[in-house]
Ligand binder design. Structure first.
Ligand code: MG
Length: 261
């Protein structure tokens, strides 16, 4: 009798666990929230505002640095053939995003970030050398502190630069810090103190056990940039924590009640 009760209790626990399947967060890639259609532009302040208004879990943006050490929000290293890293901020004063905004400084962007409702997924871009990367990380952290955003619940860090990930690990313990490159196993990433991975979905299709291997080590798992229905469903089935996408409305529809808000 006692044995039966124990088995029944275990069965109930399994049923409870499976009915509470882990939820999946959505992050707008470069702030996208169908923003092209709405007249918004990637990495624009307006796109972040739209993600916040729509209560998207996360909004990703890219951080670069000009030669006179101004931290700006932009994806590509070049603007109209001019390298951001080897030109001064003033050289871009006439540049306009597709929606008419000027090139935002990180400080201007974080003024919108302060309004909250959406986690800032901060991609720190590789720079010309380690000294520039270290300076950019330090200045970005200082800007987050100035805006009251230096909080693991308000910002996470991602980077293709292993040096940047290691500097974040040293400076910002307790913050989610994900490596983007996809060329290290979860075990290798964690061995160097970096506590998360954010890999292209093709990496997880090739190495599906990496999600569990990361979770077993209490690491967070994000995946980029998933736009097609089959790939979205496959990543949900793999139990990733967060999907970065250009199609947040489509992912929201597929997730339904499983969306992490
Ligand atoms: Mg990015």
């Amino acid at each position: 009798m006692r044995r039966f009760v124990k088995i029944a209790a275990v069965a109930a626990l399994v049923a409870l666990t499976s009915s509470c399947a882990p939820k999946v967060a959505i992050t707008a890639h470069r702030g996208f929230w169908n923003c092209e259609e709405a007249g918004y532009a990637e990495n624009s302040i307006k796109a972040l505002e739209l993600a916040q208004q729509n209560r998207l879990w996360g909004s990703e943006f890219d951080v670069h640095m000009t030669s006179d050490l101004v931290i700006v929000v932009h994806h590509d290293r070049d603007i109209k053939g001019v390298n951001i890293q080897t030109h001064d901020y003033a050289d871009f004063k006439d540049y306009r995003l597709k929606n008419g905004e000027k090139l935002p400084t990180l400080d201007e962007y974080l003024t919108q970030g302060e309004k909250g409702g959406t986690v800032l997924v901060c991609e720190l871009k590789p720079q010309i050398d380690k000294a520039h990367e270290d300076y950019m990380v330090d200045q970005s952290v200082a800007a987050l502190k100035k805006h009251g955003l230096y909080d693991p619940k308000k910002v996470i860090f991602i980077s293709f630069s292993w040096n940047i990930c290691q500097r974040i690990a040293a400076l910002c313990p307790g913050f989610t810090n994900q490596f983007l490159s996809g060329n290290k196993t979860p075990e290798e990433v964690l061995a160097d103190g970096v506590n998360g991975i954010d890999y292209h979905y093709g990496v997880f299709q090739k190495n599906p056990t990496w999600v569990k291997e990361a979770h077993d080590r209490k690491m967070s798992v994000n995946v980029w940039t998933v736009d097609h229905e089959d790939d979205i469903k496959e990543m949900i089935d793999l139990n990733v924590d967060c999907i970065t996408t250009n199609e947040p409305l489509k992912v929201r529809q597929i997730l339904g009640g499983k969306e992490q808000k």
